[in-house]
Design a protein around this ligand. Structure first.
Ligand code: FES
Ligand SMILES: [Fe+2]
Length: 459
């Protein structure tokens, strides 16, 4: 029947399928550790989590553990979080936490007390003379991991031969640079150990094709037909107005006109619905309030394009008055950036002018049916007024995550279980609206290599 073939970006417009092995097989999950996670840049946290020299965070991925530390006001370093003596984890990450953080002048191993400075250099070995001068500083130092930042995110890569972060992120980074995510700060951050493969979880957020089936209440407020495009390793989706007369700047983005005859009213209703059901994310209080005033500030019959321009200008002025600057970003740049990005392999960014809603999923232990799922909102705040946040464990309920994410959660574990059915004949992703998903599998298959057949093939 179907024969494995190499899939190119051009092929993504064709109907494709991929095997469920990637989601259900323990062997596949084990191979991912070596072939994927050990090779890719992955975001380990935000720069704001380590503001002072000595601040550190841990990041665990499978059996690997990384320690990121600020070594100077303008410098970060990352190490494998393991003591070179007999292999004790240097900093423990409790099983019920998604990471550890703190501030240290030095790192002291809990087993025999070997000590390391912030540069990873060993500064103390108990009874060092027992080794009769055989220990080298290289052998007793912490093993370094590549680290770099973009957009306020800290990225690590365990592969010493990896390409520079910027090259890895292009062209996504260039298209998203105007948002200046580094000026945003956490608004909230939550995580959960969830009953699905990490890819099942991420793919629940890769396309708006599911809005009709999963979030039917949103159809009252907007059109959700979407495009989905591959950008090398990464992918983007955006709203795709099928009626060319209604296409306008911003219409592919989250800050767009709502559905209905009066854009003054529908724009407010859409923003208000998003704010209330997406856990106070994917828009801001400023944008909601400015949208609420549209009906008082503009005459009936104002064309949608003018309504949007007025709305954004007044929200920008409101933000300026409270000390929040908007980035220099044109509506063309906004439109080009679309609605939501997938940064390979496991990061999702749904961006707006002054905010973003982000997701990350990664394996939990060696079980392909479990993952650590995290979501957080970032936003621009007046200087010094960002809220104090930490990672909060939150059961996947509407009460904790908002009703829209709860609807998404309701699919994820069910997809994971459904894919194990012997009656499931493989996926049939939408060649137009779910191209991000097939592009993800195209790239995953390239990392995993030929030892893993049937990862992506023609139907
Ligand atoms: S394992 Fe760390 S000092 Fe012995
Ligand atoms: Fe959704």
């Amino acid at each position: 029947m179907n024969k494995p073939v190499e899939i190119s970006v051009e092929d993504l417009i064709e109907p494709l399928t991929y095997s469920v092995e990637a989601f259900t097989s323990r062997d596949y999950a084990a191979a991912e550790a070596d072939l994927l996670w050990a090779k890719v840049w992955q975001h380990a946290g935000r720069v704001e989590e380590v503001p002072k020299v000595g601040d550190f965070i841990t990041y665990d991925i499978g059996d690997d553990a990384i320690l990121v530390v600020r070594t100077a006001p303008d410098s970060l370093k990352a190490y494998h979080n393991v003591c070179p003596h007999r292999g004790r984890r240097l900093i423990d990450t409790p099983c019920d936490a998604n990471r550890t953080c703190g501030n240290r002048k030095r790192f002291v191993c809990g087993f025999h007390g070997w000590t390391f400075d912030l540069q990873g250099k060993n500064t103390y070995i108990l009874d060092e003379s027992d080794w009769k001068g055989e220990l080298t500083s290289e052998r007793t130092s912490l093993a370094e991991v590549r680290v770099d930042t973009w957009g306020g995110w800290i990225f690590i890569n365990m592969d010493p031969e990896c390409v520079p972060l910027r090259d890895y992120l292009e062209p996504a980074a260039g298209i998203l640079d105007p948002f200046a995510f580094e000026k945003m700060r956490y608004k909230w951050r939550q995580w959960v150990i969830y009953d699905s493969n990490w890819k099942t979880a991420l793919e629940a957020f890769m396309e708006p094709y599911h809005v009709q089936g999963t979030h039917p209440q949103l159809l009252e407020y907007g059109e959700y037909y979407a495009y989905s495009a591959a950008h090398e390793l990464h992918g983007v989706s955006g709203f795709d107005q099928r009626n060319p007369d209604l296409k306008m700047d911003q219409s592919s983005t989250i800050t767009r006109a709502g559905k209905g005859p009066d854009a003054r009213i529908s724009t407010y209703e859409l923003q208000n619905e998003i704010y209330n059901t997406v856990n106070n994310a994917s828009t801001t209080e400023t944008l909601v309030n400015a949208a609420k005033r549209l009906v008082d500030e503009l005459p009936e019959g104002t064309p949608a394009q003018e309504v949007i321009a007025h709305w954004l200008a007044s929200a920008k002025a409101d933000d300026a008055a409270r000390g929040v600057d908007w980035p220099e970003i044109t509506s063309q740049q906004m439109s080009k950036a679309g609605l939501a990005w997938s940064i390979f392999p496991n990061m999702a960014i749904l961006q707006g002018i002054t905010f973003a809603l982000c997701y990350r999923a990664r394996p939990y232990g060696d079980d392909p049916s479990k993952c650590i799922f995290e979501s957080y909102a970032i936003e621009r705040f007046p200087d010094g007024q960002a809220p104090k946040t930490e990672w909060v464990y939150a059961e996947p309920t509407a009460e904790k995550w908002g009703s829209v994410l709860a609807q998404d959660f309701s699919n994820m574990a069910s997809v994971q279980r459904g894919m194990k059915s012997r009656g499931f004949r493989g996926t049939l992703p939408n060649p137009h609206q779910e191209r991000k998903v097939t592009n993800f599998h195209r790239n995953l298959a390239r990392y995993m290599g030929r030892g893993w057949p049937r990862l992506l093939k023609r139907t």
